[in-house]
Design a protein around this ligand. Sequence first.
Ligand code: C2E
Ligand code: MG
Ligand code: MG
Length: 740
Amino acid sequence: MKLTISSFSAILVGSLTLLMFMLWMLSLLVLSDRQNEQASNTLQHNLQAQVQQLQQSQQLWLQSQYYLLSSLAKSPDDNQNFQSFLWGYYQRNPSIWAVNLVQFNDRGLPLSRSSKPGCLQPDQMLRANFDDFLVPRISVCRIDDRALLEIAGPVIADGDAIVLLVSMDYLDFLNEFSSLTDRKLQRVVDTPQGFQFNEFATVANDDELIRIEIGVPDAVYGELHLKSQPLSFWVLFRHQAAVVLAALFLGALLVLLLLHRFLLKPMQVLAGKMRLAVHGPSENGMATRGDIAPGLGKLVEYFNLMEKTARLDPVTGLNNRVIFEDRLSQAIREGKRSGRKYALVLIDLQGLDEFVQQRGQYMVDALLRQVAEGLRETLRESDHLARFERNMFALLLEVQQLDQLHNLVEKLYLSLVRRYRVYEREFELRAFLGVAIYPDQAVDADGLYRNASIALVAAEHGDWPIAYFHENEDETDTTGFTIIQSLRRAIERDELKLVYQPVVDLQSYHTVYLEALLRWKDPEGHDVSIEQTIRLAEENHLIKSLTNWIIESACRFVSEFESGDVAVGINLSMIDLHDRRLPERIGNYLQQYQVKPSQIVIEITEGQIMQEPGKVIEVLAHLGVMGLSLSIDDFGTGQASLTYLKELPVEKIKIDQSFVRDIATNPDDQLIVRATIELAHTLDLKVVAEGVETLAVCEMLAEMNCDHLQGYYICRPLEAEQVAGWFETTVKPNLVRKGS
Ligand code: C2E
Ligand code: MG
Ligand code: MG
């Protein structure tokens, strides 16, 4: 059955109206009883009040009649007047039935009474009974089955007390009530206790009778039985039906109009549009008015789709940017609370556009799904992965150790640049990764995102596809990135080289060892500052691989050197000395290249020892035990404690070139160098003077009893191939001068 939007709404409003109608009927049923009870109470209360009011007014009337008559009774001699007055009075007030005068003797007993009967008993007719009355006494009595109201009171005439009795028919009195309330009364019972009046033509039914007592406060003379009109369900229904039904009808009409205006009409339009979107326009080009059920179904589908679109990337099913940014903010909040570190990794895939052009979007979507799958597999459950835009993915990783992060990011990179197979076609992607770490490089989501983006740009413009943001670098300057990325590549591709500078014995001019010095030309062919390179490598956690490369190259050089045994000096970085596995690494290379430990001299600077001496001394001691020789480089520039020097298996100290260079002309430097040499000798250490550039320096050092020399005057750093020549040549600069 087809249900249109309009008929649905009509049925809805009709049902609601019917429901309201039923509720109203129900309320009538429930309320009619209570209303009847209430109505009856109210009526009884009202009538009682009316009867009391009537009684009071009648009493007043009777009193006024009494006073009028008693004023006449004061002159009973004037019988003529009195008779005519009474006659006139009866004419005007037919309810007055009798007027009697009673006289008393000296003892206060009644003397006489007029012929007309009164109800007051003779024994009550005592003067004393009336003296105290200020107001007349009113009572009801019966004479010949006739109910009378009797008013009696004393009248003083010529000093004698007389009682005046005024009697009137009680029925007449009650008739007043009929006219007052507009109720027709009928006296049905007249019992010795009193009278009983029923409302005219009513059927006695105790439930609906209202009983009202009549009389004066100290005596009840009868009862009125009045019938209350019961309010039945139908009576109530008839009373209210017109108003309620009209209100229901108008209300339903209004609701229908509002529904149509604000809900149904827009829904019809929406349903029409959805149908148009799904089925296309109808023949006449217009969307047809449709059925509500499919329309609502579409609406639900549409909302589900909207929710999904708001959260998920439709191609890969990964979270989208909105959700990711929310997670990022949450993670940063969490980081602020717990001190956790997070890395934001932005990934840019390149090559997709060409792929779209060659193979179409469908294939690219399939490729992207594989990319997402690969990333998901590499990541942990707790890592957040999202696809931002077309080619951009983002990752939020918790960082425990930087080494682990580097390994994971490398792994991610490798998972991205593998070969993809999409519908039997092979394809490769280029990927670039930019990394920024919270809270080291930014303390809020915006800053982290900005820095990761800068790193990404650096990765895209540099030589290495992974870039870590570095806060020391100017944000717009990517030189640091470029160097470090190039260095990575250089390490991998063996583009670095070592040069060797001899350290010679001053006495014998025998070459003690060759110091290996790193050389590297950047991609443009310029020499890069080695000190800056080492610093960047340290900061970017590349130093381990770089030192590995240096140690391996030096060992290879020693093992391949054919002109006899040679020793090589290796400069170590601070970070190397904090690696407890360094001795193991060096041992492996020694073993691999069959190099004796005595052929390696390790050079470390004073400052390196002073940072965490405990840890460094442990590593150096281990190297000493292995048989390697240790030399303190740049001696005099740091503050190495002599205690440490004694503790360490150090063999040599190398006086920094800044003291040596001007020794011939600067007496202060002379003093320092001389003292240093003497001190070293006291500690049984050999002294190397570096930066020897002139013969004069050379001679002064000889005079100071220095042990070894290194410097341009002796020999500049040599290419590996030139080293053999150095050993072969017998004519060395210092030898020539010394000999001459
Ligand atoms: P260093 O270990 O004190 O090396 C001595 C530096 O003085 C070298 O500079 C060397 O070329 C230079 N030199 C030698 N004789 C003279 C001279 O007569 N006059 C002058 N003015 N300089 C001379 P280089 O190669 O630029 O190295 C600078 C520093 O870089 C090194 O100081 C060392 O601390 C570091 N370095 C060099 N190679 C390596 C390496 O393979 N590993 C590590 N960790 N650091 C290295
Ligand atoms: Mg050195
Ligand atoms: Mg030095």
